[in-house]
Design a protein around this ligand. Structure first.
Ligand code: ZN
Length: 170
């Protein structure tokens, strides 16, 4: 299984080395049209999903600590686009009483991005969903409608973006 299922550093390293060849290749000729950018097409879908879930679990572990959500038991599950709401890249379902949550991230098979951008986007989804979880004790007390859900999405995106820019030194 390529070693991607092995814990922490080894899995991440393997994933990165797996993706590195295509990333390097993708960056060299800037004149290439986006359609010609090599993706992870040579990696079987099941292995891509395993690598993606290892990567997402790494990021979950990191951001869960950063956001002081360690008392939650959170699981990452890779989901196909058809299992998510249209035009979404993930979601989170939680049980406040049990302090458990399941965080879904989009399967790489349904991403149309080069590997590095796909991984960055996957990390964004993890942070985004964790901020929803962070806000859940506050927001669950209010009646929800389309408008305030949209406002929440906007605020959560801004915060996730700010956190990731700080983390990435941008
Ligand atoms: Zn959201």
């Amino acid at each position: 299984m390529l070693g991607c299922t092995f814990p922490k550093a080894s899995g991440l390293l393997l994933l990165l080395s797996l993706l590195l060849a295509s990333v390097t290749f993708a960056q060299s000729p800037p004149a290439d049209p986006p359609a010609a950018v090599p993706r992870t097409a040579n990696v079987p879908p099941s292995e891509r999903a395993i690598c993606a879930s290892t990567y997402a679990a790494e990021k979950l572990w990191f951001w869960q600590r950063r956001l002081k959500l360690e008392d939650w038991n959170i699981t990452v599950v890779v989901a196909r686009a058809t299992e998510l709401k249209p035009k979404t890249l993930g979601n989170i379902h939680w049980d406040s009483a049990k302090k458990t949550a399941v965080l879904h991230v989009l399967d790489p098979a349904d991403y149309d991005l080069p590997p590095r951008e796909m991984l960055d986007d996957m990390e964004f989804t993890v942070v985004h969903e964790l901020i929803h979880l962070e806000l859940s004790p506050v927001l669950s007390q209010f009646p929800r409608d389309e408008a305030n859900r949209r406002d929440e999405e906007h605020a959560v995106n801004q915060m996730a973006d700010a956190l990731l820019k700080l983390q990435r030194g941008k």
